[in-house]
Design a protein around this ligand. Structure first.
Ligand code: SAH
Length: 246
C-alpha cells in the first residue's frame, strides 16, 4: 500500500514557530527530506529511527536537482512510508511546494500540506516591523529578487507605490540593482529599508537604512543569506517596536 507525503512548512528558524500539526507529523515520520533553510533545532526533532535525507538547496553544491527530489518523494511513499518533506517557512511561498505536489498527483500518491510561518511574517514580528499599519501601509507585497532565469526584472512601476510594504525574498545578491531600479522608477531615495538576517534564530541581525544606502550597509556588515528585505514606511517603527534579544 502506498504511504503518504506531508509537505510541511517548518517556519523561519525558531523551533517554537512550528505548528502543533507539523510537530506531530514530524514525530510520526519514517523518512524526512529537508534542506538548508530548516533550522538545526528542528532537524534535531526528527525521530532517531527516521531516515534523514538532506536535499540541499538550489545554490549549494550538494544539491539534488528539483526533479530528483520530486521523484524521490514519490518513490519513498510508494514503499509504503510516511514521508515528511520539510520546507523552510511556508511551502507555498517561494518554496516550490507546488512543483513537488504536481509530481505526486501524476503518480497518484496521497499528500497533505501543512502551512508554516513564512519568513516575511517571522522576520517582521521578530524585528518589530508591522508589515501593515493604518498610518503607513495598507498593503504588503511578497516578491522574489531572484527569478527563474537568473534576472531580477520585477514590475518596478507597480512596486513604487505609497502605502505599500515590499518584502523581498532572495534579494540579497541583487540588492544593489533592486535599489537602483526602485529609485529610477520614482521611489524616494530616503525610503526606509530593513534587512533581516537569519530572522527568528538566535543569530538574527537587523539593519535599517534607506533605499539609497542599504547596499553599502549590507556590504559593510557582511550580511549573509538567508536575509529578507523589507521596504516601506513601516520600517520607521522598528526602533520603537523591536523586542527580540532584548
Ligand atoms: N518558503 C520560504 C521561502 C524560501 S525562499 C518561506 O516561506 O519563508 C528563501 C528566501 O527566504 C531566502 O533567500 C530569504 O530571503 C528568505 N528567508 C527564509 N528564511 C529566512 C530567515 N530565517 N531570515 C531571513 N530571511 C529568510
Amino acid at each position: 500500500m502506498s504511504g503518504k507525503v506531508y509537505l510541511i512548512g517548518a517556519g523561519p528558524g525558531d523551533p517554537e514557530l512550528l505548528t502543533l500539526k507539523a510537530h506531530r507529523l514530524l514525530s510520526q515520520a519514517d523518512v524526512v527530506l529537508y534542506d538548508r533553510l530548516v533550522g538545526q533545532q528542528i532537524i534535531e526533532m526528527i525521530p532517531e529511527q527516521a531516515e534523514k535525507l538532506y536535499v540541499g538547496k538550489a545554490k549549494s553544491l550538494h544539491t539534488l536537482p528539483q526533479e530528483d527530489i520530486n521523484v524521490l518523494l514519490g518513490k519513498k511513499a510508494q514503499e509504503g512510508k510516511t514521508v515528511v518533506r520539510l520546507k523552510g517557512g511556508d511551502p507555498f511561498i517561494f518554496g516550490r511546494g507546488g512543483e513537488e505536489l504536481e509530481e505526486l498527483v501524476e503518480e497518484g500518491i496521497p499528500f497533505e500540506v501543512v502551512p508554516g510561518v513564512t519568513a516575511a511574517a517571522g522576520c517582521a514580528a521578530y524585528a518589530g516591523i508591522p508589515l501593515t499599519h493604518r498610518d503607513y501601509a495598507q498593503s504588503v507585497r511578497f516578491l522574489t529578487g531572484h527569478l527563474k532565469d537568473g534576472t531580477t526584472e520585477l514590475p518596478w512601476d507597480e512596486l513604487v507605490h505609497p502605502s505599500q510594504t515590499l518584502v523581498i525574498y532572495m534579494g540579497l545578491t541583487g540588492i544593489e540593482s533592486i535599489s537602483q531600479s526602485l529609485i529610477q522608477f520614482g521611489m524616494p531615495p530616503t525610503m526606509p529599508v530593513a534587512v533581516v538576517e537569519k530572522g527568528t534564530s538566535k543569530d538574527q541581525r537587523v539593519f535599517t537604512s534607506t533605499i539609497t544606502s542599504i547596499s553599502d550597509v549590507v556590504r559593510d556588515n557582511d550580511v549573509k543569506s538567508p536575509a529578507l528585505l523589507i521596504i516601506g514606511e513601516v520600517v520607521t517603527l522598528q526602533e520603537k517596536l523591536s523586542w527580540y534579544g532584548k
